[in-house]
Design a protein around this ligand. Structure first.
Ligand code: DQA
Length: 144
């Protein structure tokens, strides 16, 4: 089984970006912990980050050919992108939406997610653990 991990805009800045909100783990830390967990779960992962909406859509379309599901932190596109939602629905692969922070406890504009209603599940508010729990949940769901 293969899962595509997708990181949206500004997540390359993790480690230095608002550490009081997002913690001090870097994107490399997150990816290497995901690699370790994937190995334990017996699945393969690929990782990708982009600040560009169109690149994220192209990547999702491309990867859908070879993966069974997606784990995505859409960053700020969560709250703005109908195109990202349409891409994820269009490729017909289950996806889990994750956020480092508890988006419902922050600014009002972060409370709405275009992706949430079509996601297989969501994990938010647990920092790096949101990704790890999300991967576990997605794999369990795909194996069921
Ligand atoms: C985020 C939450 C979003 O609202 C924000 O725009 C991000 C990060 C998170 O992981 O908590 O870029 O997705």
């Amino acid at each position: 089984m293969k899962i595509a991990i997708v990181h949206g805009p500004n997540l390359r800045l993790l480690g230095q970006r608002e550490p009081e909100v997002y913690g001090t783990d870097t994107l490399e830390d997150i990816n290497s912990k995901l690699e370790k967990l994937a190995h334990e779960l017996g699945v393969e992962i690929t990782t990708f980050q982009s600040n560009h909406e169109g690149e994220l859509l192209d990547h999702i379309e491309r990867m859908a050919e070879e993966v069974q599901g997606f784990l995505i932190n859409p960053g700020a596109y969560t709250h703005t992108s109908i195109a990202l939602r349409d891409a994820l629905v269009g490729v017909e692969r289950p996806f889990v939406e994750v956020h480092l922070s508890n988006t419902t406890a922050r600014e009002r504009f972060r409370r709405h997610s275009y992706l949430a209603p079509v996601a297989a599940g969501m994990v938010y508010g647990f920092g790096i653990h949101s990704y790890l729990l999300g991967l576990q949940g997605l794999v369990a769901k795909l194996r069921r």
